[in-house]
Design a protein. Structure first.
Length: 321
């Protein structure tokens, strides 16, 4: 499914489109077109009204589409995934978590608008519609891989390397699940796993990335945020989704036997605050010391006054001292 309202696809075509011409193509009146566009704007669709001429999507808006994404992926692996693109979806993570899935086959869902998207600890993920990236991937292992807790860090490596491959070089990884640029949050990841210890394991991996935030949305984000536009980077959203899919497919193949170990060096080389003094806290307990990165099992290593401590819970937050 991709943009079920054909009006959006018409507006995405080059040029300015009069209400009369749009109405003729859709078999409705010019007044009905205006009402539909007013509703779309209220829902966050970036439509511009040009006085006495008509309407168009705002400059630089690239619509997501299944075929547009698959154009960047080797055709030989198209049949190994189920890929859906939605104009609006409450939560890509929730959608894939509840969707039946064949073991070994990758599930992918991306959405232009995600009203109920969540970040860590149930916080709302705020992202301007039609300009950013909101997607999830899911996979079922028929038998549990070793050290499944490290999958979230391996997923962050997959996302980071996708950004690097498209020319975004000023980004770092912040434990446990943030993508950081110039000290501010560029993106976040949310990974969940469910299953019986002696049976299948279903992993759902969600990512939100700020490509271009509008000022109204930025005001509702509870921490300093940055987007790719501020970094001077312009990437294709469809190509970025494709690169993430390619990297995650490779990661999921490697992980069952090797665990997190093959990804540890990459994570440490691109992590924020390595060899610096940091504070870890969960609202009750706090720990301070020198951040030494993660070990081959994905445990965070902190050199404190009382010796080396290791952590593998995502409930701890990390701040530089």
């Amino acid at each position: 499914m991709s943009n079920p309202d054909p009006l959006i696809d018409l507006l995405a075509k080059p040029g300015i489109h009069s209400g009369t011409a749009l109405g003729e193509k859709l078999g409705i009146s010019r007044v009905a077109i205006k009402k539909r566009i007013d509703r779309m704007v209220a829902d966050g669709v970036p439509v511009e009204s040009v006085a006495s001429k008509g309407y168009r999507l705002s400059e630089g808006v690239e619509l997501l589409g299944v075929e547009r994404i698959l154009d960047h992926i080797d055709p030989s692996v198209h049949s190994t995934m189920d890929l859906d693109v939605f104009a609006t979806l409450d939560s890509t993570n929730a959608h894939l978590a509840s969707k039946p899935q064949v073991p070994g086959r990758l599930g992918v869902a991306a959405a232009e608008t995600q009203p109920l998207g969540q970040g860590r600890r149930g916080r709302q993920w705020i992202s301007s519609p039609y300009r950013n990236l909101m997607m999830s991937l899911s996979h079922i292992y028929e038998a549990w891989p070793q050290n499944p807790s490290g999958l979230s860090l391996a997923f962050s490596v997959s996302v980071h390397s996708a950004l690097i491959s498209l020319g975004v070089h000023e980004v770092g990884l912040k434990w446990p699940n943030d993508i950081i640029a110039k000290g501010n949050k560029l993106g976040g990841l949310l990974v969940s796993a469910s299953g019986e210890a002696d049976g299948e394991l279903k992993v759902v991996m969600g990512v939100g990335l700020n490509l271009e935030l509008d000022e109204d949305d930025r005001q509702h984000i509870d921490q300093p945020a940055i987007d790719l536009k501020e970094l001077g980077c312009q990437v294709s959203r469809n190509q970025l989704i494709a690169e993430i899919i390619i990297n995650v497919q490779e990661m999921l193949k490697i992980y069952p036997q090797a665990g997190f170990a093959p990804f540890a060096d990459y994570w440490n080389q691109n992590a924020c605050f390595i060899n610096e003094q940091v504070r870890l806290f969960d609202g009750t307990d706090e720990y301070m010391g020198e951040l030494l990165g993660v070990d081959k099992d994905g445990q965070l290593q902190l050199n404190t006054a009382k010796g080396m401590l290791k952590f593998n819970t995502s409930e701890l937050s990390l701040r530089k001292l």
